[in-house]
Design a protein around this ligand. Structure first.
Ligand code: UDP
Length: 331
């Protein structure tokens, strides 16, 4: 295998693909980094660590095919080596995070996407934007297919994320049309798995950490709102296939197995063996009432569909959470 220095010095002869992953120390970004390393890529992860963690990539320290740069991607990204793929994963991604960092969320979706596109353009690299089911807002069409334009409150508390991602999609399409850049857009639906932050406020880490530490499960609203949860390895496989496909319009990647939050709470209690109360809290403003991806396009174009069953994925996630220190679990 070539060394790092050989790669940097002889771009014209290199065969190893080079990937940049923004948000590479985050939950999904770090899983993608591992996947790409297994595929033989040289990977450069960029992350400002406001919601990502070095802990997610520490196992790669010292690996010649991996480089970490601590940087905010809203600033100019300077890389001397030739890049083949830019995977733009950087963004706070839970309602608690984007309420704590609304301006950074807007900046990374807008300015950060612009910088990541600029990096791709300079290298004539292929670019993939991680967009979100949130661009459908509180959807009036169910399930959501890619041709639905959404129902988003532009001034509500979730707008910093939803509108930033809508802007990011528009910016990506403008680079494709104006500069002929080879771009991909994935719309990610609720995803879970090891490396989620215990305190990120999303329902999966919230319920699992509550169940493991013997606290009541907090149901927002009456729990009738629905979500469809996809295990992280399925999602990463779908995203990789999309990048390597020739499809340059948005594609939903998610698991269509839909359940209410109340049903989901019961599954967590069943799998952890916990016997705990449910406590009801106010539903946050603009919380979508229903969400389920239509994945016909992904099935047809990418021959992709999720394989990990909910209980199987949750068991792995619970096992990972159970290995965390107790003080991290407690609210
Ligand atoms: N939720 C809940 N209890 C919690 C955290 C979240 O009932 O402790 C609900 C939340 O109101 C939403 C659903 O679970 O209806 C999924 O929330 P999450 O923050 O995971 O993702 P998103 O709303 O972005 O889909």
């Amino acid at each position: 295998m070539r060394t790092n220095t050989e790669n940097e010095n002889s771009d014209s002869q290199r065969t190893q693909p080079v990937s940049v992953v923004t948000g590479g120390a985050g939950f999904l970004g770090s899983h993608l980094v591992d996947y790409l390393m297994d595929k033989g890529h040289r990977v450069i992860a960029i992350d400002n660590l406001i919601t990502g963690s070095v802990e997610n990539i520490i196992h790669l320290a010292g690996n010649d095919n991996f480089k970490f740069i601590k940087q905010d991607v809203t600033q100019y990204i300077f890389l001397s080596e030739k890049v083949d793929y830019v995977w733009h994963f950087a963004s706070p991604a839970s309602p608690i995070d984007y309420m704590e960092f609304p301006i950074q969320t807007l900046k990374v979706g807008s300015l950060g996407t612009h910088k990541a596109l600029g990096l791709a353009l300079r290298n004539r690299a292929r670019f993939l934007l991680t967009s979100t089911s949130e661009i459908y807002g509180d959807p009036l069409r169910h399930p959501q297919s890619e041709d639905y334009w959404g129902n988003v409150n532009p001034v509500g508390p979730r707008a910093c994320y939803d509108e930033a991602k809508r802007f990011a999609e528009a910016m990506t399409m403008a680079y494709q049309r104006e500069h002929g850049l080879d771009t991909r857009i994935v719309r990610i639906f609720n995803t879970y798995g090891p490396r989620m932050r215990l305190k990120d406020g999303r329902v999966v880490p919230a319920f699992i950490s509550q169940a493991l530490s013997g606290e009541p499960l907090t149901i927002y609203g009456d729990g009738s709102q629905t979500r469809s949860f996809c295990y992280c390895s399925d999602l990463i496989e779908g995203i990789y296939r999309l990048m390597m496909s020739e499809h340059n319009c948005p594609v939903n990647i998610g698991n269509p197995n839909e359940l209410s939050i109340l049903q989901f709470a019961r599954v967590i209690l069943e799998l952890t063996g916990a016997q705990l109360e449910l406590v009801y809290k106010d539903l946050p403003m603009d919380d979508p009432k229903q969400r389920r991806p239509d994945i016909t396009l992904a099935r047809n174009l990418l021959q992709w569909e999720p394989r990990v069953e909910l209980r199987e994925g949750l068991k792995k996630t619970i096992e990972w959470f159970a290995g965390r220190p107790l003080e991290e679990l407690k609210g």
